[in-house]
Ligand binder design. Sequence first.
Ligand SMILES: [Zn+2]
Length: 214
Amino acid sequence: MNIVLFGPPGAGKGTQADNLVKEFKLIKVSSGDLLRNEIKKKSSLGLKIKPVIDKGEFVSDEIINSLIENIVSSKEFSNRLIFDGYPRNLNQAINLDSILTKYNQKILCVLNLKVDKDIIVKRVSGRQVCSKCGLTLNKYFNKKSDHSCDSKYLETRPDDNEKTINNRFETYKNETLPIINYYLKQKLVKDVDGMVQIDEIYKKIRIIIDSLET
Ligand SMILES: [Zn+2]
């Protein structure tokens, strides 16, 4: 089975992807990892894209698509893919469909992790790390009794502020909407409530997969 996973930053998407990888022996495919891998291997493609990435620019869809085709066409990975952070735009989504069709595969479902922006903001902006014992806490969700060091040791990461998180969330929403709509037309989208405990989220994902596989 091939799965596409969507979820805003801070929704715990990575954890759910890891769960699926472990249980179903899937291969996680993220375009960022694929690109970093080529650079590490110093392949001809890697040498070509390194300066682009170093400059902080986007690699062309053409290059991403050819990397994805390498994975999809490989017998070893065939029908065992979980796409995370890809497709990033409509063009990539359309291309993924044609690559999958070419190799007689399809997408089982598109899991859409849904979390309220307010919760994400609290989860991320409330994060505090104790510089004394290293514990990570959340000023909104943890009780005082969870931690015994003096509060002067609690530090917040500078990029964890509300404005940055709000921006990241809005960017995600705007970028993802057209892709979600594209998959909605194919009746592939399964919304998953991401507001509950991590274990509960995964249980819901399992129920969806079970219902589709039979
Ligand atoms: Zn501490």
